[in-house]
Design a protein around this ligand. Structure first.
Ligand code: AMP
Length: 330
């Protein structure tokens, strides 16, 4: 059995892209692997979140994870700041992370350029904290997007450097998790290639049906195909991409045939169908999110038991690392 680790920053609600691009795969992974899913609240501190909102955001993400079907009986679901062992390993690994390489990290350079007034040390050592998250459970696989590949490469560097320095093979080489099927990218309804929080074009799992209908109705379209069997422009293809994941194959085939026939004036119907099928997927999740969010006792239990399991695994690693590095108790 392989160890898989994935984290998410508590900075917003899950949208359809997160669901089909990540969550659906997590649900499969938790059946076959030893999975750690955590809420990266320490990582979110680089942007100094409002203290009044921090806990609310963590609660929202935890509720959404659980509502989607992540199962605390199958996976270890925890909040990063509940596991102090991570902070200690982060300190130890920081001694092996060099300024030059940290400054060269693409994400650091990008963030520093975007927010020149907030280039804090936490931002610089973000990849070390990420490496710690992974190495503290000696994870084999990390499902990462393209933008995170460099951080994973750095994690391997730290693992190698540590092993070489102390003459050990303690840390494994974590690799990107490759899903069986190609990763689905959910496009935006505004014609853009990707649905994303920062793009402001999301359908959120917690959106009420009326809100979803409104968003789908506003989706970018045109006057219809200019003839039979013409290629679809990107923004129309986008609608079909979403239709393919939420609707049945015959619904997709029906509208595909309409497009290919060159007929016009059916976008309204297609949008109605699309909204209806999205709502069919999100409604039960939305209801569970709202139930779980208001169930303080359940959230407390999940967080407490998750922290216990995570601390057991992290504590073991930390004990080994301390020993390897020469720490001894009196
Ligand atoms: P983010 O919301 O950007 O922090 O991403 C969290 C996870 O959801 C990552 O695994 C992303 O690859 C995935 N994800 C985000 N947006 C999309 C999208 N539009 N389509 C598919 N996957 C996505």
């Amino acid at each position: 059995m392989k160890t898989v680790l994935s984290g998410i920053r508590p900075t917003g609600n899950l949208h359809l892209g997160n669901y089909y691009g990540a969550m659906v795969n997590f649900l499969k992974m938790q059946e076959e692997n030893k999975c750690f899913f955590f809420i990266a609240d320490w990582h979110s501190l680089t942007t100094h979140p409002d203290p009044k909102m921090l806990h609310v955001n963590v609660r929202n993400v935890l509720s959404e994870y659980l509502a989607c079907g992540l199962d605390p009986e199958k996976a270890t679901i925890y909040i990063q700041s509940d596991v102090p062992e991570i902070a200690e390993l982060y300190l130890l690994l920081n001694m092996h992370a060099y300024l030059g390489e940290l400054e060269k990290t693409v994400s650091f350079k990008e963030k520093a350029r975007q927010n020149p007034d907030n280039v804090n040390a936490g931002l610089l050592t973000y990849p070390v904290l990420m490496a710690t998250d992974i190495l503290i459970h000696n994870a084999d696989y990390v499902p990462v997007g393209k933008d995170q590949e460099q951080h994973l490469e750095m994690t391997r560097n730290y693992a190698n450097r540590f092993n070489y320095k102390y003459g050990t093979d303690y840390f494994k080489q974590p690799t990107a998790y490759n899903f069986d099927q190609e990763l689905i990218k959910i496009p935006g309804l505004d014609g853009s290639g990707k649905m994303g929080k920062s793009e402001g074009n999301c359908i959120y799992l917690i959106d009420e049906p009326k809100e979803i209908e409104k968003k789908v109705k506003r989706a970018l379209t045109d006057n219809g195909p200019e003839g039979a069997n013409t290629p679809k422009p990107d923004y129309i293809e986008n609608l079909f991409t979403i239709l393919k994941v939420v609707s049945t194959p015959d619904v997709v085939a029906y509208y595909d045939n309409l497009w290919n026939s060159g007929a016009t004036k059916w976008y309204g119907n297609m949008k109605k169908q699309l909204a209806e099928d999205i709502i069919k997927v999100t409604s039960p999740i939305r209801e569970r999110i709202n139930d779980i969010k208001n169930d303080a006792a359940y959230l407390h239990k999940v967080a407490k038991e998750g922290a216990e399991k995570a601390r057991e695994s992290a504590g073991k690693t930390l004990q080994d690392v301390r020993e390897i590095m020469g720490f001894k108790s009196f």
